[in-house]
Design a protein around this ligand. Structure first.
Ligand code: PLP
Length: 284
């Protein structure tokens, strides 16, 4: 039996029901996080909790208590016997009769559940193809908002094209993927869009930048173009569930020779060693 959480209660997942007046339903009026558990340990737990609280504040949900978030996350982990999983948590503005403006006197509503997750090792070794498309999202993409209609439409574009991800661009400038951050390598420099209002500053993105810098890789947080992506030496995207996934084809054109790049592999190895550190006893 799987145990999930909604608005103050841990519930058998089969019995989970969301209030129809939860503002998630009408407006997508909330924020969320996805957190990985590897061999029974959270990965980058504090970073995800901090970002959830920051996202909530960005939409004026100021009364979300950190300790409530932490106890829900730990409760889900403890009540479910899932060693390798992805934990989803969302926070909405509250439950109220439908009106666009913020309802008075409501409390934020937390919902959470966990699913089994396996590392996408095959695609990490072989690489994937991606398509590019216009980024017509709003100008607050730094908030991990429940409003994901553009992201949904653009992920579907990739699936229909037989690709893994859609890399978005604003007038030719690459921002990020529909649910991932995009990187290229050119002349041994690792390049990714700066963390501003046009992208979601991924925890995996930040992890990769840290690992690269610590390994003396030259890093530029600068915008690059779709043409730069076509002409890159290497390319990859990152996210909590996709980790570091090499891009070997963009819009049916090979990236370089279509092989996974050497710096990409090096970063994947460094990322793996971070995971091994989580649970040295189990790994040895
Ligand atoms: C969540 C997300 C990412 C990846 O962030 P991680 O913290 O690495 O999982 C990138 N882009 C968008 C739009 C996202 O929603």
């Amino acid at each position: 039996m799987k145990i999930s959480y909604y608005n103050g209660e841990f519930i058998n997942d089969d019995d989970m029901k969301v209030e129809y007046k939860d503002r998630a339903v009408y407006f997508g009026d909330g924020v969320y996080e996805v957190i990985r558990i590897y061999d029974g340990e959270f990965f980058t737990f504090d970073e995800h909790v901090d970002r959830l609280i920051n996202s909530a504040r960005e939409i004026d949900i100021d009364d979300l208590e950190r300790e409530d978030v932490v106890s829900v996350l730990q409760g889900i982990k403890e009540k479910n016997n899932i060693e390798n999983g992805a934990l989803y948590i969302q926070v909405t503005r509250g439950i109220a009769v439908r009106n666009h403006n913020y309802p008075a006197g409501v409390e934020p509503v937390i919902m959470a559940y966990i699913n089994e997750a396996v590392r996408p090792l095959t695609q990490q070794e072989a690489g994937v193809n991606v398509v590019t498309s216009l980024d017509y999202r709003w100008l607050k993409c730094h908030i991990k908002s429940l409003n994901l209609l553009a992201n949904v439409l653009e992920k579907e574009r990739a699936v229909k094209a037989g690709a893994k991800e859609t890399i978005l661009h604003r007038e030719g400038t690459v921002t990020e993927g529909s649910s991932t951050n995009a990187f290229i390598v050119k002349d041994d420099v690792l390049i990714t869009h700066p963390a501003n209002n046009l992208i979601l500053n991924g925890i995996t993105r930040q992890e990769v930048l840290k690992l690269a810098k610590a390994d003396n890789v030259e890093v530029k947080e600068e915008a690059f173009s779709v043409d730069d992506l076509y002409e890159a030496d290497e390319a990859f995207f990152t996210s909590t569930t996709q980790e570091i996934t090499p891009i070997v084809q963009v819009d049916n054109k090979l990236v370089k020779d279509g092989e996974v790049g050497t710096l990409t592999k090096r970063l994947q190895n460094l990322f793996d060693s971070q995971l091994n550190k989580l649970n040295p006893v189990k790994q040895s």
